[in-house]
Design a protein around this ligand. Structure first.
Ligand code: ZN
Length: 309
């Protein structure tokens, strides 16, 4: 019995069309790429366009600091021609994953060439009486850094797929122009807000680069990684500071446990203003499905909250 007699004719045509669509989508992409987390996945898609099939390891809403790759993801990495990571210690699990996968393709660390922020003081590791600062990995929170990421992505794709290099360079150039417009837009949004009002509390120290670029002060009970727990002493100090400086903007992050921020809200009488996207995009139908959407969304809710609105 052939499928045409088993199924009504219309169903058979629908199946055939579906199979063809899947085939042509696969045929269009020239190379398989892996991006470590959702924000980077979007940037690789912007540069790669139709030529690149992008697989993201740490998807929307998940925390890359404490990620554990699955065997299926190791297989995906093994089949890729190019793997993109942020670097700066963000993906502590990456080198083991590449080893497990027997990966032999191009490796691109997209933060190469940016000026990293070193976190000094109590959040660094203490060794023999002196403090070692910790590198802040959240470089994408600076739009200027995202431009460097995009250049590194284009170069990496050119190495993996020379035939598409012209396309990648053209896409990168067009996207960098959008990033420059975004940077101006964010500066304009902060411009009317007095420096004394530009203070924000978040779950972990993920906004150091945003703080530097747009002159906003961020305070957090947790350090630059979510791996370390917030100390009760640190939380008590933060509560005092919020009261003293009359900070009104209190946010949870989409990847973080909201309980600590809720507790700080109760102890200070400040109502949490909602959610920020720090280390992850939202799902496709959410508030921040792309990098540009994320930066716009965060800026809108931050500027609204610091005004006490
Ligand atoms: Zn983080």
């Amino acid at each position: 019995m052939n499928p045409a007699t088993r199924f009504p004719r219309r169903t058979f045509i629908a199946f055939a069309t579906l199979a063809l669509t899947a085939l042509s989508a696969q045929a269009q992409a020239s190379i398989q790429a892996v991006a470590s987390f959702s924000i980077l996945g979007d940037l690789v898609r912007q540069v790669g366009g139709d030529r690149v099939q992008v697989n993201v390891l740490v998807g929307p809403g998940s925390d890359a600091h404490v990620f554990q790759p699955t065997p299926a993801q190791a297989r995906l990495v093994g089949q890729a021609q190019v793997v993109f990571s942020n670097g700066l210690g963000f993906e502590g699990w990456m080198s083991r994953l590449l080893k497990t996968a027997g990966y032999k393709g191009q490796q691109v660390v997209v933060s190469q060439g940016i000026q990293p922020i070193q976190e000094a003081g109590h959040k660094g590791h203490k060794h023999g009486g002196h403090d070692h600062g910790e590198t802040d990995p959240h470089a994408w929170q600076s739009v200027g850094n995202a431009k460097v990421f995009v250049k590194n992505i284009a170069q990496g794709l050119c190495r993996a797929d020379a035939a598409g290099c012209e396309v990648y360079e053209r896409n990168a150039k067009a996207y960098v122009a959008k990033l420059e417009a975004l940077d101006s837009e964010i500066r304009a949004a902060w411009a009317p807000i007095p420096a004394a009002q530009r203070k924000v509390i978040t779950s972990h120290d993920a906004f150091g680069y945003y703080a530097r670029d747009f002159s906003v002060k961020f305070l957090a009970p947790q350090g630059v990684s979510t791996e370390s727990e917030a100390s009760p002493k640190g939380v008590a100090r933060l509560v005092r500071q919020i009261k003293q400086e009359q900070i009104k903007a209190l946010f949870v992050e989409s990847i973080s446990d909201p309980r600590l921020i809720a507790q700080i809200g109760r102890e200070t009488g400040v109502k949490p203003s909602g959610e920020l996207f720090s280390d992850s995009l939202s799902a496709a139908d959410g508030a921040a499905p792309t990098y540009i959407d994320m930066m716009r969304f965060n800026t809108r809710v931050l500027t609204t909250a610091v005004r006490g609105e």
